[in-house]
Design a protein. Structure first.
Ligand code: CA
Ligand code: CA
Length: 300
């Protein structure tokens, strides 16, 4: 019974549009119930005692409107509370079942209208409609000549669905996960720094200075070689870079891919060592010259 109650609350919270509509209906109902009486009192054009009666009714109506406002505020607040701060709002990622991909994609192309995600598949569209899903796009875009790798590893099965911002994303994921065409669905976790150490970075007297590198900022990089002199740091908590450099200082024939949020291609330590995609560098702007699915990707 309790689970059912929770489910009802979740459903209620996820339908803010319906809530607003319901509250509006209640408001209109109250208005229609109260105002005619007031009008009839006015029509009677009665002396002062009735004026007090009218004022009482108006006060009563405003009290009710006040209660509705509070209710509306509470419902709105609950919507915010329903969101999990650990997840990106308004988006879930789903993996379509491999044997259903063609059906879903074809349905989406044929049925979706502007701002509305539709596939023509009843169970799928039921969830999309409930959470006002607006679109669904591939997490890993078509990679052109390398698309066969996406196919091989199933990356083409992953889609990101955009739903209404205030929806409880965990519930959205759970419901899409129950759709017969979907293998699994999950929220997107928020990325955050969870650093509890000092907010002031001090220059350590790092042991790394006794090395074969000429990097003038080496002393700032305790992670390469840490003698523990930096407050809060632990000696030896490093990657032993100087010992590795004794073995090798690198080889420009080795191309290193940095999988990260971005890279400063003009950084003084990197700019002369960046690998460059010459097909795009010497290609046509706005055109995927090497056919890898990315336009003008000079650095990747
Ligand atoms: Ca390209
Ligand atoms: Ca290009």
């Amino acid at each position: 019974m309790k689970e059912r109650e929770n489910e009802s609350v979740d459903n209620w919270l996820s339908r803010s549009a319906s809530q607003r509509k319901a509250l509006r209906s209640m408001l209109n109902m109250l208005k229609s119930k109260e105002l005619p009486e007031i009008d009839s009192d006015l029509d009677q054009n009665q002396p002062i005692p009735n004026k007090n009666k009218i004022m009482n009714k108006i006060t009563h109506l405003f009290k009710k409107l006040g209660i509705l406002t509070v209710l509306f505020w509470i419902v709105g607040s609950l919507n915010v509370l329903a969101q999990n701060p650990d997840f990106v709002p308004g988006k879930v990622r789903i993996k379509i079942k491999a044997n259903q991909l063609e059906t879903v994609v074809k349905g989406m192309k044929q049925s979706s209208t502007d701002g509305q995600l539709k596939t023509g598949l009843q169970s799928f569209d039921k969830v999309s409609e409930k959470y006002a899903a607006s679109k669904m796009v591939r997490v890993f875009p078509d990679a052109g000549k390398n698309e066969f790798k996406h196919v091989k590893h199933g990356l083409l099965l992953w889609y990101e669905v955009e739903v209404q911002n205030e929806a409880d994303i965990a519930s959205v994921a759970q419901e899409y996960g129950g759709v017969e065409y979907v293998e699994l669905a999950e929220p997107i976790r928020q990325k955050s720094l969870n650093y509890s150490g000092s907010s002031v970075v001090e220059r350590p007297t790092a042991a790394a200075l006794e090395t074969t590198t000429n990097d003038p900022y080496l002393a700032d990089q305790w992670h390469l070689s840490n003698d523990g002199s930096l407050e809060g740091s632990v000696a030896g908590s490093d990657i032993n870079a100087p010992k590795a450099w004794d073995i090798s200082m690198g080889n420009s024939n080795v191309i290193v891919a940095v999988v990260d949020g971005g890279i400063d291609t003009d950084h003084e330590d990197l700019k002369d060592n960046m690998w460059i995609n010459t097909a795009e560098l010497n290609g046509t702007p706005g055109v995927d010259d090497d056919g890898n699915g990315y336009i003008d990707d000079i650095w990747i």
